[in-house]
Structure formats: structure tokens, C-alpha cells
Design a protein around this ligand. Structure first.
Ligand SMILES: [Fe+2]
Length: 300
């Protein structure tokens, strides 16, 4: 059976934090998410849309990635995905209703993505708030993308295309592949890069205004948040970016401007030149702490 299920979007990213109060304050005041509440495990829910959550921060002994939540187009596509993942031996498991209720989500299943060891979660329904995200600190348009660094980049790339139904928008041969979760139009909701170990590379929020980048830059400096790359401009996408570190040194990105792809007859992926000029038109280069930390929680 082909991977023909349809995604709605990257739904949420669950992160681990060693100092939950410090991280909760960072995601509210530095990133600018709206706090939604605290769950039974001490996890803090945040949103930047009408969804109940787009980021969840869990208290843990190690900071980094806990899981990635994918919202499917509807329940029928959720079931198609479940059947496909079962057929290819990924052993997806529905979570208990008590747990999906606590997440304010409809039916939800999880599996271990075999290249990264990361937990991927799938659901279609999530509780919606009527009042929109406040945008009081940052005019975030959406949770943008999540990027993983993978030891086995070459093997992982076809897996995500063929088995996860992602489409490559652009790539840098042997090092980065930017992917959209079909048929979501955004240039990338997910990307993988090659590296020395499997880890979370960064989590991105798309902002609506260049002022959000500038204000974020000033806010980071005033609150001793390390800026590890930018502000700069990525030539391939023309997007303006700023990367900074959360309290566990996980890299967080603000960017604005992203190409959208039609579902039918999209342009072909480009193979981009692997040079720093490809990455920052303004000539900046990343700090060594950029995307250096982000351990992936092992399932179970
Ligand atoms: Fe990014």
C-alpha cells in the first residue's frame, strides 16, 4: 500500500526541559507563545494558533526533543496512515483515551521513527480555542518547522519521501533536505540534515513581520538569551531569520517569508550549492552552539 495519506500540518512539538519554570518563562516571554495551562505531569502547554497546543514543555532530567505531533487532514487519513505504518512494520500504537483526552486531542497514535529514534505522533482532531492567539509579544503566524540532524541522512531521505509522504522542496546534496508534509503548501514543515549523531536541530516559528525579528533580537540581548545565528537572510527562500537558544541550549528560530507550493504540478526540487553564501546573504555565520544540543528522548 502506498503512503497516500494526507497531512494537515506540523501540529506541535513536545520538548523536554531541565528547569521547567525557566523554560516556561522563556517560551512565554522570549518566544511569545500564549500559555494554556499545566498538565498532570507538570507539562506546560503553549499555543500560537487556535489549537489547544503547538508547543508542550515537559519537565525532564535532560533537555531536548520529546516527540513531534503531526495533524492529519481528517480521521480517514489518520486511519490510512495507521494502516500504512502497520503494513511497513513500524508498529504504531493508539494511545489510551485518557491520555488523548488530557492532550485535548481526538484519536491519537504514536510510533518510533526508525531513522532518528524520535517519537512521531499522529492525530486529526484537537480542541480549538475561539479567541485567537494573542500575538502580544511576537506576531507568530504559525509553528513553522522542525529539523532533525541524522547520522544516516542518505538512508533517511528516501524513507521520509516514500513512507512518510513528505515531498522534497529543495536540497543540498548529502547534507540537507527541506520537505513539505503533503499536501501542506509550505516549503518545509520538516527537514533533515546530516551529522555526527541523531538530535533535534531546531524548532522554527514563522513570524509575520520583519519587526518581529528585530524585536526578538533586542529582547534576546536584554534577557541574556544567546543569539547563535542571525539576524540574516537565506537567499534560497529570501526569508529573514534569527536563531537563539532556549534554557537547555535547544536552538529556536524565528523567520519570515516562505514559498508555498500548489498541490498539483509543483516546481521540481532544486539542488542548492553547499556554501555559507547559500545560507546567509548578509554574510553571517553560525555560532558553534547553533543546533549543537537537542537530545532525542528514547521511546518507552
Ligand atoms: Fe529553519
Amino acid at each position: 500500500m502506498a503512503a497516500e495519506f494526507r497531512y494537515k500540518k506540523l501540529g506541535y512539538v513536545a520538548l523536554n526541559a531541565t528547569d521547567i519554570e525557566k523554560s516556561a518563562a522563556f517560551y512565554e516571554n522570549m518566544v511569545g507563545l500564549d500559555p494554556v495551562g499545566v498538565g498532570a505531569q507538570g507539562e506546560h502547554f503553549f499555543r500560537c494558533s487556535n489549537d489547544h497546543h503547538n508547543i508542550v514543555v515537559y519537565p525532564s532530567d535532560t533537555g531536548g526533543l520529546k516527540r513531534i505531533g503531526w495533524q492529519m487532514e481528517d480521521d480517514a487519513n489518520l486511519d490510512l496512515a495507521f494502516d500504512h505504518f502497520t503494513e511497513i512494520g513500524l508498529n504504531p500504537q493508539w494511545i489510551d483515551k485518557a491520555e488523548s483526552d488530557a492532550l485535548q486531542q481526538g484519536r491519537t497514535f504514536r510510533l518510533v521513527e526508525p531513522n532518528s529514534g524520535a517519537t512521531f505522533e499522529y492525530y486529526a482532531a484537537i480542541m480549538q480555542f475561539i479567541p485567537n492567539f494573542s500575538q502580544k509579544v511576537t506576531k507568530i503566524a504559525r509553528l513553522g518547522h522542525v529539523v532533525l540532524t541524522l547520522k544516516n541522512f542518505e538512508k533517511a531521505k528516501p524513507f521520509f519521501i516514500e513512507q512518510m509522504n513528505f515531498r522534497v522542496s529543495d536540497y543540498i546534496e548529502g547534507s540537507i533536505a527541506f520537505m513539505r508534509c503533503f499536501p501542506n503548501p509550505y516549503h518545509h514543515s520538516f527537514a533533515i540534515g546530516g551529522g555526527d549523531e541523531n538530535r533535534l536541530n531546531h524548532v522554527n516559528f514563522m513570524v509575520t513581520d520583519i519587526d518581529d525579528i528585530g524585536k526578538g533580537n533586542v529582547r534576546a540581548k536584554h534577557s541574556q538569551v544567546p543569539i547563535v545565528y542571525g539576524p540574516g537572510r537565506h537567499p534560497p527562500s529570501d526569508s529573514i531569520f534569527l536563531y537563539f537558544l532556549d534554557p537547555d541550549e535547544v536552538t529556536v528560530e524565528f523567520s519570515f517569508g516562505m514559498e508555498e507550493f500548489p498541490e498539483e504540478n509543483p516546481r521540481l526540487p532544486r539542488m542548492l550549492e553547499p556554501s555559507l553564501d547559500t545560507i546567509d546573504y548578509w554574510g553571517g555565520f553560525p555560532d558553534p552552539r547553533f543546533a549543537a544540543k537537542g537530545p532525542i528522548e528514547k521511546a518507552g
